[in-house]
Design a binder for this molecule. Structure first.
Ligand code: PNW
Length: 504
C-alpha cells in the first residue's frame, strides 16, 4: 500500500514537471504569424495590367536562377489567396505578413496610373484575412521593383525616395483603413548588398564597393520619408504603426582575443548596424565602424572621398527614430576572425569590412549553404539589440529553416523549437519581444535558388497545375505552439560565460 502511494506521488510529480516545468509560456499578448512575399508566391506575373518587375526581368533574361525557374506562376496565390487564408486559419496565427507587388499596383512605376485590378487583389486578401480574424501586416517593398524604375537607376537614383513615397501614399490611402502595421522595406541589406554590390539578387549589378552604399543611402532616406508621411498624414486617422524589418545575423568572435572581438563588432555593425544605427540608435547616422573603415580604404585606394555617402546633419535627424518598433529577420550565425591582411586594393564591401567570416563545421546545416542551426546566436542578437538600441519593442518578422521539401519535416520542427527557446531566453533576460513570424507559410520561389530550397510550413506541389497545398508536420507543430501559447523547454548551449558588454 505504502509503495503504491509512493508510486502515485512519483507519477504525479513527474506529470506536474512535464506540464509545468517543460513548457515555457510566451508573454501575455505575444503574437504569432507567418510570412510570404509577393514575387515568391503570387505568380500572375502579367495578369491584367501588371508590368514587369526586376525579378521578372532577371528570371526571364538571365541564367542566374539555379534551376532555371521563375515566379511566373509560383504558388499561384494571385488566384489561390483564399486557400492561403484558410491555411492561416488552420494554423491559428494571429497575423499574416505579406508584401505588395509595386508593378501590379502601379504599372508604370509612378502613381499617375493606379491599377484597379491591383487594388482589387490586395483588397480581397485584406478583407478575407479580417473576416478570418487574421491581422494583415504589410511589407510595402519586398525586392520586386518595377523594371521601369530600375531603368532609371533603381535605388541608386536619389529620386527613388520620392517615387517610393508616392507608391506608399497610394497604398496607405487604399488599405490603411484596415492595415494597421506597416513595414516600409524588407531587409534592405540583402537587396542592396547582393543586388547592387553583387549578383545574388536582382538587379544583379555587381558594383561592389559603391553600388551597395549608394542604394542603401537612398533606401534609408526613402524609409524616413515614408515614416514621416505616415506619421503626419495618415496616423492621426488610421492609428497604425510603421517601421522597417532589418536582417540581423549574429557574429560570434572566434576567440576572445581583442582582435577577434573587434572583428565581430565590426561585422555586426556592417550587418544589423548598417540600417539599424541610422534608425534605431540614439546618435543616428551610419555606425562609426563603417564610416571609419570605408573612409580609410577609400583614401588608400585614391578616392577623393569616402565611397560611403555622407548624411547631412538634418538628414541624420530626419532618419533617426523613424520607427514604432524594430522588425528583425534572423536566421543564423557566423564566426568571425580578425583579418591579418592589409592589402585591400580592390574597393569592395568585403575589403571594407576586412574581417574573416565563416561558419563552424559542427553547426547543423539546412538546404541553404548560409543557414546553419545556431539558436544561441539568436539570443545574443536580441540581447545586442536591447543593449545597443535602448531595448526597443522587437517584432521578429522572419525566422525559418530550409530543406528539400519533405512533408515529415522534423528538422524544421527542431529548428523552430530551438529558436523559440532561444527567443524566450532573451525575453527572460529583459528583451521586449512581442511577435514571432515563421518564414514561410508555404514553399515558394527562393530567389536565385528557385524551388531547390524550401522553407514552407505547407508543401506546395509545383508540378500540379492546381498548386495543391499540404500541411507538413511543422504546420501541426506550429499550430500546437500557438494553441498552447507555449513551447517545450529545451536548453540551448550554455552561454552564461558570454559577456555581452565585450561587444558594446
Ligand atoms: C530572407 N542571410 O532573405 C528574405 O526576406 C526572404 O524573402 C527569403 O526567402 C528568406 O530570407 C530565406 O532566404 C535572407 O544570408 C537572405 O543571412 C539571406 C540571409 C538572410 C535572409
Amino acid at each position: 500500500m505504502v509503495s503504491r502511494t509512493v508510486f502515485f506521488v512519483i507519477i504525479l510529480i513527474s506529470e506536474c514537471g512535464r506540464i509545468f516545468a517543460y513548457k515555457r509560456k510566451f508573454p501575455n499578448n505575444f503574437s504569432f504569424g507567418a510570412a510570404t512575399a509577393s514575387y515568391q508566391i503570387e505568380g500572375g506575373w502579367n495578369a491584367s495590367d501588371k508590368s514587369e518587375n526586376i525579378w521578372d526581368d532577371l528570371t526571364h533574361n538571365t541564367n542566374l536562377v539555379v534551376d532555371k525557374t521563375n515566379g511566373d506562376v509560383a504558388c499561384n496565390s494571385y488566384n489561390l489567396y483564399k486557400r492561403d487564408v484558410e491555411m492561416l486559419t488552420e494554423l491559428g496565427v494571429d497575423f499574416y505578413r505579406f508584401s505588395l507587388s509595386w508593378s501590379r499596383i502601379l504599372p508604370t512605376g509612378f502613381s499617375e496610373k493606379i491599377s484597379d485590378d491591383g487594388l482589387k487583389y490586395y483588397n480581397a486578401i485584406i478583407d478575407n484575412l479580417l473576416e478570418a480574424n487574421v491581422t494583415p501586416i504589410v511589407t510595402i517593398y519586398h525586392w520586386d521593383l518595377p523594371k521601369s524604375l530600375q531603368d532609371l537607376g533603381g535605388w541608386t537614383n536619389p529620386l527613388m525616395a520620392d517615387y517610393f513615397a508616392d507608391f506608399s501614399n497610394v497604398v496607405f490611402e487604399a488599405f490603411g483603413d484596415r492595415v494597421k502595421t506597416w513595414l516600409t522595406f524588407n531587409e534592405p541589406l540583402v537587396f542592396c548588398q547582393q543586388g547592387y554590390g553583387g549578383m545574388g539578387k536582382a538587379p544583379a549589378l555587381n558594383l561592389t564597393g559603391v553600388g551597395e552604399y549608394l542604394s542603401a543611402h537612398t533606401v534609408l532616406k526613402a524609409h524616413a520619408k515614408v515614416y514621416h508621411l505616415y506619421d503626419e498624414n495618415f496616423r492621426p486617422a488610421q492609428k497604425g504603426r510603421i517601421s522597417m524589418t532589418i536582417s540581423g545575423q549574429w557574429y560570434e568572435p572566434d576567440t576572445d582575443s581583442p582582435e577577434d572581438l573587434e572583428a565581430a563588432l565590426v561585422a555586426e555593425q556592417f550587418d544589423v548596424g548598417w540600417f539599424g544605427h541610422p534608425i534605431f540608435s540614439k546618435e543616428g547616422d551610419y555606425p562609426n565602424a563603417m564610416k571609419e573603415r570605408i573612409m580609410k580604404r577609400s583614401e588608400e585606394q585614391g578616392y577623393t572621398k569616402s565611397r560611403l555617402p555622407e548624411f547631412t546633419a538634418e538628414e541624420i535627424e530626419y532618419i533617426k527614430g523613424t520607427y514604432d518598433f524594430l522588425g528583425l529577420n534572423h536566421y543564423t550565425t557566423y564566426s568571425v576572425k580578425a583579418n591579418g591582411e592589409t592589402n585591400f586594393v580592390e574597393p569592395s564591401f568585403e575589403h571594407d569590412r576586412g574581417v574573416k567570416v565563416f561558419q563552424e563545421a559542427t553547426w547543423p546545416s539546412s538546404a541553404s549553404s548560409w543557414l546553419k542551426v545556431v539558436p544561441w546566436g539568436f539570443t545574443k542578437m536580441l540581447k545586442w539589440i536591447r543593449s545597443n538600441y535602448a531595448n526597443p519593442e522587437v517584432m521578429v518578422f522572419e525566422n525559418g529553416f530550409s530543406d528539400n521539401g519533405t512533408t515529415d519535416d522534423q528538422d524544421r520542427i527542431n529548428y523552430h523549437r530551438l529558436y523559440l527557446n532561444a527567443m524566450l531566453d532573451a525575453v527572460d533576460s529583459g528583451c521586449n519581444i512581442t511577435a514571432y513570424t515563421v518564414w514561410s507559410l508555404m514553399d515558394n520561389m527562393e530567389w536565385l535558388r528557385g524551388y531547390t530550397e524550401l522553407f514552407g510550413l505547407y508543401r506546395v506541389d509545383f508540378n500540379d497545375t492546381e498548386r495543391k497545398r499540404t500541411p507538413k508536420s511543422s504546420a501541426f507543430y506550429y499550430r500546437d505552439v500557438i494553441k498552447d501559447r507555449a513551447v517545450e523547454h529545451v536548453k540551448n548551449k550554455d552561454d552564461d560565460d558570454f559577456d555581452i558588454s565585450l561587444l558594446l
